[in-house]
Design a protein around this ligand. Structure first.
Ligand SMILES: CC(C)(COP(=O)(O)OP(=O)(O)OC[C@H]1O[C@@H](n2cnc3c(N)ncnc32)[C@H](O)[C@@H]1OP(=O)(O)O)[C@@H](O)C(=O)NCCC(=O)NCCS
Length: 202
């Protein structure tokens, strides 16, 4: 039976079916009708990233401010790097992740997972997990290419937010401190240390 994979065997669901790190692109096969494709963001993604961000975070609104913020972060590449996820045959982003490198382009690199959001209607379908896991593979390859290694991932999130469970599950991150009254309340600081956590996702 012919498939979209031509003469190659059809991959098993959950298996990476295409990898082109030169273009910062990975595809995860999710069954014939459902593919999550994670790739480096390009300028035409900016309006979609702003739209998804404004839907998820009140601090980014209104949309014009959100657009300016995303444009500014985008312009800070390679210190900041957006990756987007596309679902199935859709060519507009279903979600995004923003990585930020801290304290210099160090040999032992310290990254912050600055922001992640998935369109509301598409949450709970595995897009968030794939954004974290697949973009991190790309980020690690980039670090390796310049002779660096990922040392620590920092994440801050509202202490009342249920996303703590998401970061624990996808990165093995654990809360280490609380910053009182930062944005709309207290913020939790979480850390993941990939090298000490070889058995986990990162
Ligand atoms: C947080 C967010 C990015 C997760 O994306 P998602 O696509 O819904 O998550 P997934 O479907 O990939 O879930 C991945 C895993 O995390 C778990 N998870 C997802 N959201 C969770 C939550 N709020 N609390 C605990 N676990 C959660 C899932 O159960 C799943 O675990 P499993 O694979 O072991 O079953 C998404 O819900 C979102 O955009 N929220 C609004 C913005 C936000 O809060 N961003 C983070 C704060 S900075």
């Amino acid at each position: 039976m012919s498939s979209q994979f031509g003469s190659r065997p059809t991959p098993k669901p959950g298996q990476v079916c295409h990898r082109s790190l030169a273009y910062g692109e990975l595809m995860l096969y999710m069954g014939e009708s459902k593919q999550i494709r994670v790739r480096l963001a390009i300028p035409s993604d900016i309006p979609y990233i702003a739209e998804i961000g404004c839907e998820a975070f009140s601090g980014l609104r209104p949309l014009e401010c959100g657009m300016r913020w995303v444009e500014a972060c985008f312009a800070a590449h390679p210190r900041m790097e957006y990756w987007v996820a596309e679902m199935g045959t859709e060519s507009t982003a279903a979600g995004y992740i923003l990585w930020l490198e801290k304290g210099g382009f160090r040999k032992d690199a310290v990254l912050e997972l600055e922001q992640i959001a998935v369109r509301k209607a598409m949450r709970g379908t595995g897009i968030g997990r794939e954004l974290v896991v697949q973009s991190l593979q790309g980020v690690k390859s980039r670090l390796q290419a310049r002779g660096s290694e990922l040392s620590v991932i920092e994440i801050t999130t509202g202490s009342e937010q249920r996303a703590v469970g998401f970061y624990r599950r996808t990165l093995g991150a654990n809360p280490v401190a609380t910053i009182p009254s930062l944005f709309r309340g207290d913020e939790l600081v979480l850390l993941a240390r990939p090298r000490l956590d070889q058995g986990k996702q990162v």
